[in-house]
Design a protein around this ligand. Sequence first.
Ligand SMILES: [Zn+2]
Ligand SMILES: [Zn+2]
Length: 197
Amino acid sequence: MNKNPFLFDAHDLPRRPGEMREYELTIDTHEAMGFEVLSIAADEPIDIDLRIESVSEGILATATVRTQALGECGRCLDPVSYDIEESFQELYEYVEDPRQARKKSKAGKKKPAKSEEDEDLDEDLLRQMDGEMMDLDGPIRDAIILNLPINPLCSHGCAGLCPDCGVKRSELPADHEHAPSNIRWAGLENWEGPTGD
Ligand SMILES: [Zn+2]
Ligand SMILES: [Zn+2]
């Protein structure tokens, strides 16, 4: 994907403090986000209620982001879905001369590895307009990923799997347990099943 789907063109907003515009956006295709156990698929729509306000230094973006993450329960491995609704507010500063900004960031990439961390930090703290364009990728990604549960569960009290036979505890009788010899017999029964009887 070459084009950044999170680039927003703010040319409709007059550069006059107090001016405001509101948008409802849906991004249908984007990079997948999240972790192995819980992620937002690349074709999962992300809905964004976006308000942009003109302030003296730039444009203030206030947004609510809604989407759905899919994954599996950390205890019983059942599929789980997780509704996401997060908000953020970011100031995008005007850049006097856009060519200047681009030069700066190019120079930054050429610097030795030692200073790369500082560059990243600066980028996080300061967002800039690229002409009329606002790159909403960072704040949207942060709002979604930083709030994803790392250990998702299908239900609050999920009892997980029996460590011996791997069957879900919710589907087993309460007194289900394995005596050491039973495990061996269980295996033997399974092996003999198809040929016998
Ligand atoms: Zn579960
Ligand atoms: Zn068991």
